[in-house]
Ligand binder design. Sequence first.
Ligand code: PEP
Ligand code: MG
Length: 587
Amino acid sequence: MTRNLRLVGRGVAAGTAIGRAVVAVRDAGQVRYRLSASGVDRERQRLKAARTETRLQLEEISTRVSRTVGQAQAAIFAAQLLMLDDPMFTARVDALIRTERINADWALDRALGELRDVFTREGDAWLRERAGDLADVGGRLQRNLRPGRDPLVDFVRELDGPLIVIADELSPSIAAQLDWTKVRGLVCDVGSPTHHTVILVRSLGIPAVVGLGSATQIILPGQTVAVDGATGEVVIEPGDEALTRWRQRASVAEAAHKKLDELRAVPAETADGVRIRLDANLEIAEEVARVNDVGAEGIGLYRSEFLLDRAPASGAVDEATQTETYRRLLAAMAPRPVTVRTFDAGEERWEATARAGGHRERFGLRGVRAALHHDDRFRGQIRALLSAASSGHLRILLPFVTSAAEARHARALIADIVREIPGAPTVAIGAMIEVPAAALMAEHIASEVDFLSVGTNDLIQYTLVIDRTDERLSGHYEPLEPSVLRLLRMIASAGRRSGKDLSVCGEMAADPLMVALLVGLGFRAFSMTPAAIPVVKRALRAVDTRQVARLAREALVAGSAEDVHALLAPLAAAMSEEGQTASWINR
Ligand code: PEP
Ligand code: MG
């Protein structure tokens, strides 16, 4: 067995964790895990139940087809029923569960592979044709193993922690449903720092390493895995020495964390006394305690679309549930403001079927545009928000605004709803500035809304034409590209001229070096993953606004990102000398 094998990927969420591997291969819709003695019976029962269900379905289909289409066509399903009873099939799956102690899904995949080999090896055309039927009946059996539920979410629920999820790709909707009290670390074949899954685990304090390429093939289910989300190291079956080293790292990190705690009550201001507002981003409303722990001044971005992800069956949440969630969140933060961004969800997050199939977002029908398109969903959310508003200080943020007209349109819709709700309080409405069009028109957009919030994750993605979730492009994802900085400068100037509140809530705001530059560009408020608040606060206290303004001016006339990096190098060196967390964004 592999021992002490070290893999290195990209560390995207700091921290260390050790646990047993659960391997989730999304392409094959499959989760692999080694079973304890008691788990064997449970898996055999699951297989039995799935087989019974499959049998019933096939009998029902066969009867219906025979009645409506004909006997000959019904024979296909009769043949599938025979396959189900073939000793090389379900009996073999059962044997694999017993003898190899692997979960039913994995055993089924193994048995199907063996049968497929036999079918193709025989060279018989009739048998080869049956391979399609085999895949069909195998797929049906697999679905019946976990009817209507995600196998990984379900599986983690049944297992004892600590676990490390090893996935080829993990969608935000699955991530939002996982029990992270059991899953203590994440390792992915693909992934990038601004993917919503990574943003989520970072804010939950779960260490994560992405971009390993073939971790799901190298790491075997059930192996012990150690993850360091800062260095990007993943060690398989660490020996005693490695485990000791790992524990030391964990205690060093804990001590550093404790030291940062001292900053909790200290105001965020620069060395020359300029006050900076630090708010927190939040993905899961129930995790609001993390925001309080770090002394955030408010919630600058609540990504409400995670509510959809956590409603597994329909991909929608009813108004009453929403109202209750918002009410609790507002009350937990009162009197500090809570900025709820309306659902920023493309089709991939609305449709349960699309989510299950790993459907990717199609271009453009998202954010406020999707909201105006599906105006019932938007209205429902606004009604729920307004009904909860009296519980605290609510601000509503519109995602993906591309023009002043769009902001006006959304605002008019909200005004309509306000009129329908007697006694609805006045709520500030803001616009995300996260696409180049909005950056260019920020002043006009500002005149339609009460505040602006800059989403650098998407702004960078759409300015540089880089899918932020595509790890193959992560080397090109460059916040310091002068084109991006010029757009940011335009937004900062528009914010100042309009007199409207302006903050930055993209991941750039979680990076001390980037924040220093953003202060130089004129920004004075930031919202970030909770754990970054003390780190950014400490860095800011050493920053002189005049010095960073000079740097920003030079950066704006630089010809390339490399030149900007060179300009910032002395500041970056000073920050790392001070022991401030290195920049993750350009690692
Ligand atoms: C952004 O785009 O920077 C942002 C904050 O929104 P999200 O990451 O949710 O797209
Ligand atoms: Mg965005």
